[in-house]
Design a protein around this ligand. Structure first.
Ligand SMILES: Cc1cc2nc3c(=O)[nH]c(=O)nc-3n(C[C@H](O)[C@H](O)[C@H](O)COP(=O)(O)OP(=O)(O)OC[C@H]3O[C@@H](n4cnc5c(N)ncnc54)[C@H](O)[C@@H]3O)c2cc1C
Length: 403
């Protein structure tokens, strides 16, 4: 007789707990378990896309507008609530927890465009994607080579981008490019962001792309893109209206904007590990060997105890980092620490969960293999684990001469 899943997550700790947060967390969990999980279990094995109906329901629940100010139709909440919802959605399907971040791209737009697109983004009716990585520029974003050259009324973009997730379905591609040639002696100079507006389901004029074959993170496609004289009007240069013109402004903007996505990624990692833990607790009670449930064996019990402790430790650090960010603290180091620890933990915990499932864990019949595949990615994107350690050590030691 299959055991019902038991949520091993304790209540939000007292210093952070409010009735509103508890209600938001419960609502997100109910939605994740009743709506997202069955869809993920069906579509992930066949590499199907996140259905539009699901996206519309998420829009109605406010998931896309968690941090969008209320006057624009968002919930006007903070990083803390964003992390709570993300963990719950990722427990069911990481890709669904990820798509809510795509509304946030509207927050980067210049004021006039923000007025237009933010209300739609808050409902999930306008979503962006981010084209920063290139074939030769991954961890080292200062080595970006895509060029933006001035032309009448705007800019022409030329270059190659890698790993642009959701490029086909997005309403806008936020492209990181240089407005001057790459200079090895001044690597941070001239980096800027450009909003390339487009229709969902198509690439804009001057852009072509092909999907990359991934081992996980299904539910949406990830593209290699080519920009060939793609025209972007002047007002689509981010910071177009800002007085600050320091040459490295674009690099600083890009780097500074990574903290919240890293807390979001920690929440995604924790959600995956939580899913794997919940499934393992249920499986350990129903799978029998040597005449007893495998959950009677101390080795299984201690595995589960260790997994639960590690998830809980990362969640506590995530709450702290999110609350700090909401309180206006500079979040770089806390975000790097929690992103690093949660991603490493998630890979380990999901792998242990697969072990508890034995051979069944190595099939596509149980979601635990999806949690494991997706957890592996959290060590790579939004900055690798090694880059997180570099950021942390740069806060603790004099900067290394090796960048
Ligand atoms: C499925 C998927 C989706 C993605 N989606 C997007 C997206 O939507 N938009 C986008 O712009 N990007 C996206 N990315 C790209 C992602 O952010 C990069 O893969 C990541 O930043 C690492 O870059 P890289 O793959 O080029 O690895 P590299 O930078 O080549 O790193 C290779 C190895 O070297 C290590 N390394 C590199 N530099 C150092 C150093 N200084 N010190 C120590 N170790 C170092 C790395 O940690 C890593 O282990 C996605 C990636 C994947 C896999």
């Amino acid at each position: 007789m299959p055991r019902a899943l038991v949520d091993p997550r304790p209540p939000i700790p007292a210093p952070y707990r409010t009735d509103e947060r508890t209600a938001i967390q419960e609502m997100a969990r109910d939605f994740a378990m009743s709506r997202v999980l069955p869809i993920a279990n069906r579509l992930d094995p066949e590499h199907g896309l996140i259905p539009d109906e699901l996206r519309a329901e998420m829009g109605e629940l406010g998931f896309f507008g968690v941090m969008v100010p209320e006057p624009y139709g968002g919930l006007g909440l903070g990083v803390f609530e964003y992390a709570l919802i993300t963990e719950e959605l990722s427990r069911a399907w990481m890709s669904v927890a990820s798509i809510i971040a795509r509304a946030g791209i509207a927050l980067s737009l210049d004021p006039a465009q923000r007025e237009k697109y933010l209300p739609l983004a808050a409902k999930g009716e306008w979503l962006g994607c981010f084209a920063m990585s290139e074939p030769g520029a991954g961890s080292d974003i200062a080595s970006i080579r895509t060029r933006a050259e001035k032309t009448e009324g705007g800019w022409l973009l030329n270059g190659q981008k890698m790993w642009c997730t959701f490029a086909d379905q997005a309403d806008c591609i936020l492209v990181v490019a240089r407005n001057k040639p790459y200079d090895p002696d001044n690597r941070h100079s001239g980096i800027r962001q450009f909003a390339v507006h487009k229709l969902p389901g198509a690439f804009p004029e001057g852009v072509s792309g092909s999907p990359i074959r991934k081992i996980g993170y299904h539910g949406w496609r990830t593209f290699e893109l080519s920009f060939d004289d793609c025209f972007v009007p002047d007002d689509c240069l981010i910071g177009y209206q800002k007085a600050e013109t320091a040459d490295d402004i674009g690099f600083r903007q890009t780097a500074a904007a990574m903290a919240t996505p890293r807390i979001h990624t920690a929440a995604r990692s924790i959600g995956l590990a939580r899913g794997a833990l919940e499934d393992s607790i249920a499986y350990a009670q129903q799978r029998e060997q040597f005449g007893r449930p495998i959950g009677d064996f101390q080795v299984t019990r201690f595995k589960i105890a260790k997994m639960a402790s590690e998830v809980e430790a990362c969640r506590a650090l995530m709450y702290q980092a999110a609350a700090g960010a909401d309180a206006g603290e500079k979040p770089d180091m806390a975000a790097a620490m929690v992103k690093y620890l949660a991603a490493e933990m998630s890979e380990k915990v999901t792998s242990e969960a697969l072990q508890i499932h034995g051979g069944a864990g190595y099939t596509t019949d149980f979601p635990v293999e999806r949690y494991w595949r997706d957890a592996r990615l959290t060590k790579i994107f939004e900055g690798t684990s090694e880059i997180m350690q570099r950021i942390i050590s740069d806060h603790l030691l004099p900067p290394s001469p090796l960048r």
